[in-house]
Ligand binder design. Structure first.
Ligand SMILES: Cc1cc2nc3c(=O)[nH]c(=O)nc-3n(C[C@H](O)[C@H](O)[C@H](O)COP(=O)(O)OP(=O)(O)OC[C@H]3O[C@@H](n4cnc5c(N)ncnc54)[C@H](O)[C@@H]3O)c2cc1C
Length: 468
């Protein structure tokens, strides 16, 4: 054929083992990119969802010589990572994922795409005011209590080191981890840090009611170590989306954006994924499937789930989280508002409601964070945000005017959880038991917690099973 091995490798580039084999097999209609004349895309692994976990997995699978196709419902990779670009000042502000742990794997991932990281030192020069957003009034005399219970909390986390790794829980699961966090906090004298933990556990729902395990997994030993050693990282250009833009370029045609799965059939001879894309329907044939989208039953519409998979995923319910960027006039520069309840336990702001209105570092722009346990339409949340900002003025607290919400984003479904009885009954053992079943693997926040760095580590550790 006149094609040397070197030529073949150059042509095949990073397309991976199966695609390479298919392209070199006499009589195969597959092209070097793993695409057949019929339009069928052949890949080693099809990744469903291109957020933090899916993008990381796809990039690393390519590194390891495996071909991938990423099916992402949105028009971009990144999931909960999103950056607002201010046309007025040219500044940027991350309205989703903000900070990362200083781990070699995190530095490598950003480093390979040329996205510099720096230490996160907080929003310099910012002052917090404590406001009850239900009334729009500053809560007189409120200040967060000194975090006297932090050492006790860290000692508890050290008692449960496996929580930092995933959901490999002992049997039986320690009963106290299944208590509502409010009870757990009283039992361990953590009252002084409940408000502080609530600030980290945004989007998780009412932290006094949710099982303690979800709080301990989210405000984890890794988080505590990073905070106390001052080692958290942030992107130098305050633009986390750059990582995903670079990854999109790297993945090229392997990232199918605005794509929705219509059918998945997992048979003994391989997996077929049918996808609707902006350029028409496509068929992906692959050896393995990696699901990174939130594993609610609704995500699996069109999948050939078996009864076991259906029963497990059917247990999940989820909480809700929204973010926005508000352009304000009259708001004092450098002032962030933390929503606290004037008359609530631990002064926690009731949900649905705000977490806070936060300085972004971009003039006139403040970040909005809003949560709810129960269903709430985007329209209702938007209306509540607008009304609550206006109330800050009518209550006489701040001479603030809302010029407009520049961007409003629903990060839903957020924080998939199951009931304590399910956890005690071995839910997570059964969930993890699905890894590899029907040639399907899983990663993402439901399999660990909402922490990109820890999810990348979790995903990295899953790769040997996927590539085996
Ligand atoms: C406002 C906010 C702030 C946060 N701040 C931080 C932070 O500072 N640091 C941190 O580490 N973490 C932070 N997080 C947590 C963050 O959610 C996780 O770190 C991480 O994004 C979760 O990754 P994932 O891959 O599980 O989900 P995602 O990143 O959400 O990815 C899932 C992807 O699947 C896609 N999808 C969904 N359904 C389908 C479908 N049916 N077919 C195809 N695609 C589908 C979605 O569009 C999405 O792109 C924050 C989250 C939010 C919302």
């Amino acid at each position: 054929m006149g094609v040397t091995r070197k030529d073949a490798l150059r042509i095949l580039g990073g397309t991976g083992v199966a695609a390479a084999a298919a392209a070199l097999t006499p009589g195969s209609a597959a092209s070097a990119s793993g695409e057949e004349a019929s339009g069928v895309i052949r890949r080693d692994v099809c990744v469903i969802g291109g957020g933090a976990s899916g993008t990381y997995a796809a990039v690393r699978l390519r590194d390891l010589g495996h071909s991938v196709a990423v099916v992402e419902r949105a028009g971009r990779l990144g999931g909960h990572t999103e950056t607002y670009h201010d046309p007025v000042t040219g500044g940027t502000t991350d309205i989703g994922v903000l900070i990362y742990h200083d781990m070699p794997l995190v530095r490598d991932f950003f480093g390979r795409f040329g996205v510099p990281l720096v230490r996160y030192t907080g929003q310099g020069g910012t002052t917090n005011h404590y406001v009850d957003f239900r009334t729009g009034q500053v809560v007189p005399g409120y200040a967060p209590p000194p975090p006297a219970a932090l050492p006790a909390y860290i000692a508890l986390l050290q008692q449960y080191p496996y929580l930092d790794q995933g959901f490999e829980l002992p049997d039986p699961v320690p009963a106290e981890l299944l208590l509502p966090f409010g009870e757990f906090a009283v039992q361990h004298g953590l009252e002084s840090i409940v408000q502080l933990l609530n600030g980290y556990a945004q989007g998780l729902g009412d932290i006094l009611r949710i099982p303690a395990i979800y709080v301990l997994k989210n405000v984890s030993l890794s988080v505590m170590n990073s905070v106390l050693t001052g080692s958290l990282l942030i992107t130098q250009r305050r633009n986390n989306s750059e990582l995903y833009e670079q990854a999109t370029t790297f993945l090229g045609g392997d990232a199918l954006l605005n794509a929705s799965v219509t059918n998945v059939h997992r048979g003994p001879r391989g997996i077929q994924v049918r996808v609707d894309t902006p350029t028409g329907p496509r068929v992906i044939r692959c050896r393995k499937l990696l699901v990174t989208a939130p594993p609610l039953l609704s995500t699996f519409d069109g999948f050939d789930l078996d009864a076991t998979e259906r029963a497990i995923f059917g247990r999940f319910r989820h909480h809700r989280y929204w973010t926005a960027v508000a352009r304000l006039s009259g708001m004092p520069t450098g002032v962030s508002l933390v929503n606290v309840g004037a008359d609530t336990p631990y002064n926690l702001a009731p949900l649905p409601g705000w977490y806070g209105l936060t300085v972004t570092g971009v003039p006139n722009l403040w970040g909005v964070k809003y949560g709810s346990e129960g269903p709430m339409s985007n329209q209702a949340v938007r209306a509540a945000i607008v009304a609550d900002i206006r109330r800050l003025r009518t209550a006489g607290s701040y001479p603030v005017e809302l010029d407009r919400l520049e961007i409003f984003k629903a990060h839903n479904p957020f924080e998939l959880v199951v009931r304590p009885g399910d956890i005690a009954g071995g839910f997570y053992r059964r969930l993890y038991g699905l890894q590899g079943r029907n040639r399907t693997f899983y990663t993402g926040a439901a399999f660990h917690t909402h922490d990109s760095s820890l999810l990348w580590r979790f995903t990295e550790e899953l790769l040997p099973s996927i590539t085996a």
